[in-house]
Ligand binder design. Sequence first.
Ligand SMILES: C[S@@+](CC[C@H](N)C(=O)[O-])C[C@H]1O[C@@H](n2cnc3c(N)ncnc32)[C@H](O)[C@@H]1O
Length: 225
Amino acid sequence: MNYSKNDKHKVAQIYDGVAEIYEEITKPMTYFQDSVQTFLQENVCAGKRVLDLGCGPGHLTSSLPLDVEVVGLDISTAMVDEARRKRPSGTYLVHDFHQSLPAELGKFDVIVANGCFDFCEDLAQVIGNVAEVLAYGGRFYFTVNEYREELPFHDARWIEAAGGQADIRIFFWSFSETASALETFGLQPLKYQHAPGWESEDPQTTIYYGYWVVECLRTKGKVTK
Ligand SMILES: C[S@@+](CC[C@H](N)C(=O)[O-])C[C@H]1O[C@@H](n2cnc3c(N)ncnc32)[C@H](O)[C@@H]1O
């Protein structure tokens, strides 16, 4: 795919600026957060290791029981600081998910990436990075802006966020690209839904997500694209 990539500092800067109020301003977007909460309730119990990728201020996983180990990664330092404040027992690090996930963090039973792959420039690479740290039988929940020719604003591979004012873009991936990346890395789809994700003000439209739950079927060995 041919496009200019985001300046990651700009993405981080935008989220640094809203870290303290992020929870408040996203409260109306219940659909986007309800399904990940259901997933966490169904899949997390005592002793599990949970990775919250693109964790924002950590609100999705901060109130999990203390006998659950939570690690959160985000590109925004202010988001990571907020997440740490909310759950001092957790481990929170600044990290770009396009890079390999730190091996020293070990493997995870449960991984969530809610609303953060909007900024994913290479879905296969990022899914490969996740697969490397997902334990055998572990579950991965993620959302991805889904490329659909029939939907307004979803017929392009990326759009300018905030009408171009932010100078960053959000990216769209088709169902088949997503399914193929999952297959490459031994991740078996368990659930899939195509449904509204969030409301964009500029351009004014509903952004639709593919909501995925997948399970790791790969026991060992690195799979490359
Ligand atoms: C829409 S917020 C979602 C936050 C949270 N997961 C939620 O569901 O509310 C997107 C988050 O992804 C983070 N993010 C964007 N690009 C990223 C990247 N390349 N690596 C890691 N985090 C990233 C942003 O800093 C922001 O905190």
